[in-house]
Write a protein that binds this ligand. Structure first.
Ligand code: ADP
Ligand code: MG
Length: 238
């Protein structure tokens, strides 16, 4: 059974349709990348999985539950945003602990989860610092730490590397993949960068204008693109 099942999901803002009945099945532990040009609907689809946008048609299931009408907090997902969205007046440690404290988690468990995330992400030297005292890469790690401490069934990433310089982007790609190999958490990762998609994905979903052009493993898309759009998009340099 799919861990995340997106079935004929549509989205309209007013009278403007931005997604047309898209379907994607994501298996437990899979790292799936949604890729496509700016404005094709990637963030909207991810935000619907997260519960940050309503669904205009179709169903989204996580595990064995249809989640269409569940608020984000009840979906067992954690999302990492492009702009990190860290709390500026909280330390690294407090940023990571906050979501758990909101949920009235036992303090001993909060401390244990924060320690584990800090170990995994090499954040121990920075626990007492504030976001403004960190580099871009460190901030991105804190944002990932905040997702990890919640121990969710599904990670959602929306262009998490687009604010980083090219060198750091390559390094963080590797770190995110290592994190995935270690935790094996089902992941949906949005990017407009075909290199990111090709190097990180178990499965790529190529989108254009609110529709899915092709779904397949990176090499499959490379060897057997369904059409010229996919060929051009996957084959072109970043
Ligand atoms: P992507 O993430 O692939 O760049 P988006 O999902 O952000 O694309 O946007 C898809 C389309 O939906 C775009 O045309 C965008 O302008 C439109 N859109 C996104 N959010 C809203 C909104 N809240 N209201 C109206 N239109 C929106
Ligand atoms: Mg987007």
């Amino acid at each position: 059974m799919a861990q995340v099942a997106i079935s004929k999901v549509a989205k309209a803002f007013g009278t403007v349709k931005v997604l047309h009945e898209v379907s994607v099945d994501i298996a437990d532990g899979q790292f799936v990348v949604l890729v496509g040009p700016s404005g094709c609907g990637k963030s909207t689809l991810l935000r619907m999985v997260a519960g940050l946008e309503t669904v205009s048609g179709g169903t989204i299931a996580i595990g064995d539950r249809v989640v269409n009408h569940l608020p984000p907090a009840k979906r067992d997902i954690a999302m990492v945003f492009q702009n990190y969205a860290l709390y500026p007046h909280k330390t690294v440690e407090q940023n990571m602990a906050f979501a758990l404290k909101l949920r009235k988690t036992d303090p001993a468990l909060v401390a244990e989860r924060v320690k584990r995330a800090a170990d995994i992400l090499d954040l121990n030297p920075y626990l007492k610092r504030y976001p403004r005292q960190l580099s871009g890469g460190q901030r991105q790690r804190v944002a990932m730490g905040r997702a990890i401490v919640r121990n969710p069934q599904v990670f959602l990433f929306d262009e998490p590397l687009s604010n980083l310089d090219a060198k750091l982007r390559v390094q963080m790609r590797t770190e995110i993949k290592e994190l995935h190999q270690r935790l094996k958490t089902t992941t949906i990762y949005v990017t407009h960068d075909q290199i990111e998609a090709m190097t990180m994905a178990d499965k790529i979903v190529v989108m254009r204008d609110g529709r899915i052009e092709q779904i397949g493993a990176p090499l499959e898309l490379f060897d057997r693109p369904a059409n010229l759009f996919v060929a051009g998009f996957i084959g072109s340099p970043s």
